[in-house]
Write a protein that binds this ligand. Structure first.
Ligand SMILES: *Cc1c(COP(=O)(O)O)cnc(C)c1O
Length: 377
């Protein structure tokens, strides 16, 4: 197999090939390169003054991955009692945990308050009422809607409010005894438009200013996640994005404002390599189909939302076009179309690059195909 350029280092590639050659583990499984995760953890946030990083656990909640991040000192962003339980097994201190899900379950709130988590997002009156009851006096930030154009996985429809409502809600939260500390937004996941952060920061600034005139002085700007990774095409690198964000922050906010960042995909995405097997080849009309043992339901759910992966096979045949499908009997289980690949043999390995985020965490055992193991190398 040949290393495609621009994805992973020679060292990582060698680690992957060695693991495949020497291990008894049978595919499919997800390899996670610990060095790449560690590198991302030390990189993200470095370019943004007065910032703290909270890894969005939903991107990849594998215990070995979380343990590694905890040992490196990262904080965590969570949304459920399951994610909290995971962190509690590692004794992650509550100061290292925030929750930015604007609508939380009652059970999660009970567990989070009990654990000592103190930062909560919200975007409705009902949530303020709920927080006032279950987490009296807690610190809250409002989720503001911001443009998600150019993001491959938009997140702006479900959550967030516009300026005027945001202002009223923060005031309402204060009246209800909560501590309104800040503003949060999410530019959309896999955000390929660096200007989204600028627009969002401008908008947050306006709200910040208007609240300060009404006697509410905020302290925290939570810029959410959204940093992109390379799937097939090049993306802006983290240094460039953070430089732009930092510049905007400098212009619009004073130095003592604390910045929270909640990256998910960018921390774990490109460190993940799925090892899968070619289980069938068929011809449907004039389409050539390649059937593999990882699909939409047991790992590659994001493919139906438009994420296109890069595949690697060992074959030296001339490249041809494939429709790639997963192992289940559901006709939804098609991962990609028009993928150029040399024809592999049945039983050959097929590697799927940049598959460390939103893969195993989405996987189900639909149709009896087990969820692939995650192995940290
Ligand atoms: C999912 C999520 C993130 C992580 O987003 P990425 O695009 O993976 O970086 C951050 N914050 C919140 C509130 C989220 O829901």
């Amino acid at each position: 197999m040949e290393l495609p350029s621009g994805f992973i280092s020679k060292e990582t590639w060698n680690k992957v090939l060695n693991y495949i050659a020497l291990s008894d583990e049978s595919p499919p499984y997800l390899l996670m390169d610990s060095q790449m995760v560690a590198d991302k953890v030390s990189l993200i946030g470095k370019g943004i003054r007065n910032s703290k990083v909270f890894y969005a656990v939903k991107a990849n909640p594998d215990i070995s991955v979380i343990k590694l991040m905890h040992s490196l000192g990262t904080g965590f962003e969570i949304a459920s009692e399951g994610e909290l339980a995971l962190l509690s097994t590692l004794n992650v201190p509550p100061e290292k945990i925030i929750t930015s899900n604007p609508v939380k379950t009652f059970r999660f709130l009970e567990h989070a308050v009990d654990y000592g988590v103190s930062y909560y997002a919200f975007d409705s009156i009902a949530e303020v009422d709920k927080l006032a009851k279950y987490a009296p006096g807690c610190k809250v930030y409002i989720r503001l809607t911001v443009p998600n154009e150019g993001s491959e996985w938009p997140l702006s429809k479900k959550f967030g409010v516009e300026m005027e409502e945001a202002e009223q809600l923060l005031i309402y939260a204060k009246d209800k005894g909560l501590d309104p500390v800040g503003i949060t937004f999410h530019v959309g996941s896999q955000c390929n438009n660096v200007y989204n952060w600028n627009t969002a920061i401008d908008k947050a600034r306006e709200l910040w200013e208007s609240l300060s005139q009404k006697g509410i002085s905020l302290k925290i700007l939570n810029i959410g996640g959204g940093y992109p990774i390379r799937y097939t095409k090049n993306v802006a690198d983290i240094e460039t994005i953070e430089k732009k964000i930092n510049k905007a922050l400098k212009q619009k906010f004073s130095d003592d404002v604390e910045v929270f960042i909640e990256p998910g995909r960018a921390v774990v995405g490109d460190a993940g390599i799925f090892v899968s097997t070619v289980i069938g080849k068929t011809k449907r009309g004039d389409e050539n189909w390649l059937h593999i043992d990882v699909g939409v339901f047991n790992g590659l759910m994001e493919s139906i939302g438009g994420i296109k992966y890069t595949y690697v096979v060992g074959s030296r045949n001339d490249p041809m076009k494939w429709t790639i499908s997963g192992p289940s009997c559901d006709s939804f289980d098609v991962i990609d179309k028009d993928v150029l690949l040399p024809e592999p043999e049945l039983g050959n390995r097929i590697l799927i690059l940049s598959s460390g985020a939103y893969t195993i965490s989405y996987a189900s055992e639909f149709n009896g195909f087990s969820i692939p193991k995650t192995i940290l190398i």
